[in-house]
Design a protein around this ligand. Structure first.
Ligand SMILES: *Cc1c(COP(=O)(O)O)cnc(C)c1O
Length: 421
């Protein structure tokens, strides 16, 4: 799946040596392979051939305009969780009717904008949210297409911070309340209730939790239809995992087979919302070793990327494989802590990682950084947002330039009553 491999001892993104890109844009930077992005999309979408299924790319995984536009060009819709993402998806060419608006806390202002922009579907996560949407839509003389996100009370068996489908998680409407809410929605002006949604978590590496959640949804569909409700859309969320270390995530065809088994004869339009799976392995974070140091009996490689550029190791204790950009020639390995320059003990990419001999000036590639990488970055420690580069075969393009200090500092305003004159 990855578009990154060694050729003649040099790590390449598609056909371009990563070191050459680094020489042009400087480090640190994100590098994406368009080939790997396309392959991930076609593998995923192809698995659903023959089903009435729309792939709505979960924009929050990587919301660069070039990434969204690439998927839009392959026919993808989008799953968005804020007005900003909605506007990004539209700006990248995703048709409004193929955009699904998810999220637990849509504000009335966001709802009004989304209705104005003809957003295709709202996924409702609570009764107060339903009331708000009905009110906003009716006030505008519009009807919002709504589906209801069910909390199926299924444990996705993933990191607790990215598990979203257990009773007690903040997401969705309690399973036992759905029938009630659906009946209420049907009576409201401004709402066209047309189905259900579910999303139980991210980075799932087993299929059983999907099957369990999907079966619960299918049962609910039968129950609601028996009560006379119309359900013609089911949004099955995202969550399919990728390889960070030694996981063996399910292949899309096996995942799709479950969908086919459970929903194949239900006569509904299906929506899938993959995020991580489409972009995660298609990106790396390239960083340069600034210093090697020994301290407290340990070796440290201090690199020029930090937790503000890629927060997953700090936030989730996530593992990312890290490889030298120049292929190591021997088998010697020794443990090194790979750390960033930010003033936080948690600013660590890897602890006691077995690495080949390293030196300052060496470039490292932090793998599987295409999802929840650049999108979660910040300017903490007044570090500039780093560039993103997309490689397509023999060509590369900067799809976001490095921020500059004037822009960063210029975001702030000093009121005149501070009085430093
Ligand atoms: C985050 C999210 C997704 C995408 O999850 P991945 O694990 O990246 O596939 C899909 N749907 C909803 C509602 C989400 O919140």
């Amino acid at each position: 799946m990855t578009g990154f491999s060694y050729r003649d001892g040099a790590l390449c993104a598609d056909n371009l040596p990563v070191a050459e890109i680094a020489a042009t844009v400087g480090t640190p930077f994100y590098c994406y392979s368009a080939t790997a992005l396309r392959r991930a999309y076609t593998d995923f979408a192809g698995a659903f051939d023959g089903l009435d299924a729309e792939i709505c790319y979960a924009v929050k995984a990587n919301s660069n305009q070039a990434v969204i536009a690439l998927f839009a060009g392959l026919g993808a819709g989008a799953d968005v969780v804020s007005e900003g993402e909605l506007r990004r998806a539209l700006a990248a060419g995703v048709p409004a009717e193929k955009i699904v608006y998810s999220g637990v806390g849509k504000s009335r202002g966001e709802m009004a904008s989304a209705l104005d922009l003809e957003c295709g579907q709202f996924n409702i996560e609570s009764e107060p949210e339903l009331a708000a949407l009905a009110n906003v839509a009716a006030g505008m003389g519009k009807t919002a297409r709504a589906v209801f996100r069910v909390n199926p009370d299924v444990d996705a068996d993933t990191h607790h911070k990215i598990s979203t489908g257990r009773a007690g998680d903040k997401f969705g409407i309690e399973f036992d309340r759905i029938a009630n809410v659906y009946a209420r929605a049907n009576a409201l002006n401004g709402i066209n209730a047309c189905g259900l949604a579910v999303h139980i978590g991210s980075q799932l590496t087993r299929l059983d939790p999907f099957r369990e959640a999907f079966q619960k949804i299918a049962g609910l569909v039968r129950e609601l239809r028996a009560e006379g409700h119309v359900l013609d859309r089911l949004d099955l969320g995202g969550g399919l995992g990728i390889v960070y270390r030694d996981e063996v995530p399910p292949v899309p065809t096996d995942y799709a087979d479950i969908v086919r088994d459970v929903f194949g004869d239900m006569d509904v339009a299906l929506m899938l919302e993959p995020g991580r799976r489409l972009v995660g392995e298609a990106g790396i974070l390239v960083t340069e070793i600034v210093y090697m140091k020994e301290s407290g009996g340990r070796s440290f490689a201090v690199v020029d990327a930090a937790m503000n550029d890629l927060i997953r190791p700090t936030l989730y204790e996530a593992w990312h494989d890290i490889d030298p950009v120049a292929e190591p020639d021997g088998d010697a390995r020794s443990p090194v802590d790979i750390v960033g320059p930010v003033c936080e003990t948690g600013d660590i990419f890897a602890v006691q990682r077995d690495m080949p001999p390293l030196q300052s000036g060496y470039l490292l590639a932090i793998r599987s950084a295409g999802a929840y990488g650049a999108v979660m970055s910040s300017t903490y420690n007044s570090r500039l947002l780093i560039p993103e580069v997309m490689v397509n075969g023999d060509h590369s393009a900067v799809i976001r330039p490095r921020q500059d200090y004037d822009t960063l500092i210029g975001l702030d305003t000093v009121p005149d009553w501070i009085g430093n004159d």
